[in-house]
Design a protein. Structure first.
Length: 203
């Protein structure tokens, strides 16, 4: 068994089976303004704060301000953040299993409740290719405003407002369709994953 892993993906090869896993498989097409402010951690904080705040308010209204109300708020906020980040706003992952013995490829994406699966013959993969995707700034005025506010508060956001360049690794099928299995902002990671899969498929 051989393994390869970096921050973007992992590859596990056992005999005639190669398993590729990643949480980075789609290009974020939402606005730069939105993604620069809201992420899974911040959203989890807001959700935990809302739940803890609601319970705290109910306790204060019914029993007045007390140690129990404060303790409940802290416990719900800390526990709620962990819960929302791990189970509600968790990172989705993609798993691609290349099986020479079965002659098949299975691509699955894990969701909140269940996985979506796509299976096709191994010999239908005609090529593995890398495509460059550029995400343009759609709201430059909004980005400039947020940058000014963040600088005034000494909280500059590295890379915020810059044009994003991503590299997509695709499997090109013989019927003309393709399957995106990996997206990264690092060209070297796209190339290393591409070479590993291309070598296994003997393309």
């Amino acid at each position: 068994m051989t393994d390869a892993e970096n921050g973007d993906y992992s590859i596990e090869k056992t005999g005639r089976v190669l398993v590729f896993r990643t949480t980075s498989f789609s290009v974020d097409t939402t606005s730069v303004l939105h993604t620069g402010i809201y992420n899974r951690e911040f959203t989890s904080v807001l959700a935990a704060m809302a739940v803890a705040g609601l319970v705290y308010t109910l306790l204060v209204v019914n029993y007045g301000r007390s140690f129990i109300a404060y303790a409940a708020f802290i416990l719900l906020f800390v526990g709620g953040f962990s819960f929302f980040r791990k189970f509600v706003f968790r990172s989705r992952y993609l798993e691609a299993i290349f099986d020479r013995d079965k002659g098949s490829v299975e691509v699955s994406v894990g969701g909140l409740v269940k996985k979506t699966r796509d299976q096709f013959p191994l010999n239908s993969v005609g090529a593995a290719m890398i495509e460059t995707i550029k995400t343009k700034i759609e709201n430059p005025d909004g980005v400039e405003f947020v940058e000014k506010i963040s600088l005034q508060h000494g909280m500059a956001i590295p890379g915020f407002g810059e044009e994003k360049v991503s590299y997509q690794l695709k499997l090109k099928l013989t019927d003309g369709s393709d399957r995106i299995i990996f997206t990264t902002g690092e060209m070297k990671n796209a190339l290393s994953a591409h070479e590993a899969i291309k070598e296994f498929l003997e393309l």
